[in-house]
Write a protein of this length. Structure first.
Length: 216
């Protein structure tokens, strides 16, 4: 008999939301899949009340779509949806890149340099380190946003990136995309280290334009 997943002793619906979020990001629950509330509640050993609260959280994040009299489904994003998400991310993260280039301390630039070096190493390690590459890529972008120091921008980008992750693997697994992404990161790092806000913003916009093309 399989052991039930152990949930940490914090707000139960938050733990359930994170459990489902990770299943969605790993494609265990794929876009379009119906979420079987009864089965999931039984597997987790919980009532359906915290599960439904968790689904509301995921629906607010755009990861789950609630359908009247049909229940909850993992969100299927249209081509337009993804174009809209990438457009907003390009605007917000380009603005953050400019702010980082202008205001980051030497120590903060060193942090970004270290993350970029780890990203390079993961990319060159091949398929075995692919998940590490995905995680480091996200850490690099989020650290740049934190350094740019606008919590509202960070909050919006964090939510948008959750939707983007529904299709992240599709884009980065395309032949040559990881190498291209890495080259774009190098160009971005150069602009940031040269403290050139306009160039940093331009490189970030180009990065998202390439990402959208790969995701299409």
């Amino acid at each position: 008999m399989n052991a039930r997943p152990q949930l940490a002793p914090r707000a139960l619906y938050e733990e359930v939301a994170e459990h489902l979020r990770q299943r969605i990001f790993s494609r265990e629950l794929a876009p379009g899949d119906w979420i079987d509330e009864v089965r999931i509640a039984e597997a987790l050993g919980i009532s359906r009340t915290p599960l439904r609260e968790a689904l509301k959280v995921l629906a607010a994040e755009g990861l789950v779509t609630m359908k009247v009299r049909r229940g909850a489904y993992v969100t299927e994003s249209s081509t337009k949806d993804m174009a809209d998400v990438y457009h907003l991310l390009a605007l917000l993260e380009a603005d953050a890149a400019a702010a980082t280039a202008q205001h980051a301390s030497d120590a903060q630039l060193a942090e970004l340099r270290t993350l970029h070096a780890e990203l390079e190493a993961a990319a060159h390690a091949g398929a075995a380190a692919r998940e590490k590459f995905f995680a480091l890529n996200e850490r690099f972008h989020l650290r740049l946003l934190e350094i740019a120091d606008n919590r509202w921008r960070l909050q919006v980008v964090t939510d948008l990136r959750k939707v983007m992750k529904l299709h992240r693997h599709n884009s980065l697994l395309k032949t040559g995309r990881i190498a291209d992404s890495l080259a774009e990161h190098r160009a971005l790092m150069t602009a940031v280290e040269q403290r050139d806000p306009a160039a940093a913003a331009a490189r970030m916009r180009e990065h998202f334009a390439s990402g959208l093309e790969a995701a299409s």
